[in-house]
Design a binder for this molecule. Structure first.
Ligand SMILES: Nc1ncnc2c1ncn2[C@@H]1O[C@H](COP(=O)(O)OP(=O)(O)OP(=O)(O)O)[C@@H](O)[C@H]1O
Length: 259
């Protein structure tokens, strides 16, 4: 599923009446199956953009569409993964993953089978009957990803999903996410504060300016697609292409900041 933004902008009005211009006119076309990473300084409107795409927020200007249809509400076709897993602690891992399917009225045996498949896909086969508080942070994040995958969304919107994880767990999850994105042909919109993560994962990296945010660099990347099967993560991060892209993107972010 593709998505587009046509002159999308966002102004918030705070409780004290202040108008915050969070997002300037932003236009973007993302074809089905593309992995787009978004980086930019804190407060530049990345999460605002994700909330608009998720259908949590109607933009104050412009139109956001998925497959040509205006986005007006949340939909299971657009799954959202947050920095915190937000799992239900009183439910097992399996029941957490089944929840969206249950809300959609899917029968119990299909739910069970789908949950098992998705948990196996994120490397949590055998953990189905654990309570979520028995899991590590990385395993909770895997469960959250399985919960989204269970709905088989065509677009996955991810807001710093690995930001709270230690470096090793983060790298493992990055590799697994790349495999899932390729095998399941998902369109992914991935927000991160890490330029390295963006270059590693993305087919394309968008850099946003400080508030009001707009896209100041739209860079094709495809490092993992090019080298992913030949090199391990560490080797890949030291290729000249990787280093050059990382520096270009970092420089663009820093150039946009006030001195
Ligand atoms: N509901 C709201 N009401 C008022 N202002 C808001 C609201 N939500 C966000 N903002 C403001 O809009 C701007 C953009 O916020 P947003 O969360 O989209 O940025 P971000 O790039 O995701 O930031 P970060 O990288 O720190 O998570 C910020 O200045 C924020 O304070």
């Amino acid at each position: 599923m593709s998505f587009t933004l046509e002159n999308v902008s966002q102004r918030y009005i705070t409780d004290s009446g202040e108008v915050i211009h969070a997002l300037a006119d932003t236009s973007l076309e993302v074809p089905a199956g593309e992995f787009v990473c978004v980086v930019g300084p804190s407060g530049c409107g990345k999460t605002t953009l994700l909330r608009i795409l998720a259908g949590f927020l109607e933009p104050t200007g412009g139109i956001a569409s998925a497959n040509g249809q205006p986005i007006t509400r949340p939909s299971w076709e657009r799954g959202v993964v947050f920095q915190q897993a937000n799992l239900y602690p009183w439910l097992t891992v399996r029941k957490n993953v089944e929840l969206g399917l249950k809300f959609r009225g899917i029968d119990a045996s299909t739910r069970r089978e789908t949950a098992e498949q998705c948990l196996a896909l994120v490397g949590l086969g055998g953990f189905e009957d654990k309570k979520t508080y028995e899991l590590s942070g990385g395993m909770q994040q895997r469960t959250q990803i399985a919960r989204v995958l269970a709905n088989d969304p065509e677009i996955i919107l991810m807001d710093e999903p690995f930001g709270a994880l230690d470096a090793l767990t983060r790298e493992r999850l990055q590799m697994d996410l790349l495999t899932i994105a390729r095998e399941r042909k998902k369109t992914i919109f991935f927000i991160t504060h890490s330029v390295e993560e963006a270059v590693f994962l993305g087919d394309r990296v968008l850099v946003m300016s400080p508030r009001p945010g707009r896209v100041v660099l739209d860079e094709p990347v495809r490092i993992s697609a090019q080298y992913g099967r030949m090199l391990d993560g560490k080797e890949l991060r030291s290729t000249p292409e990787f280093v050059a892209l990382r520096d270009k993107i970092s420089d663009t972010i820093y150039e946009g900041q006030a001195p």
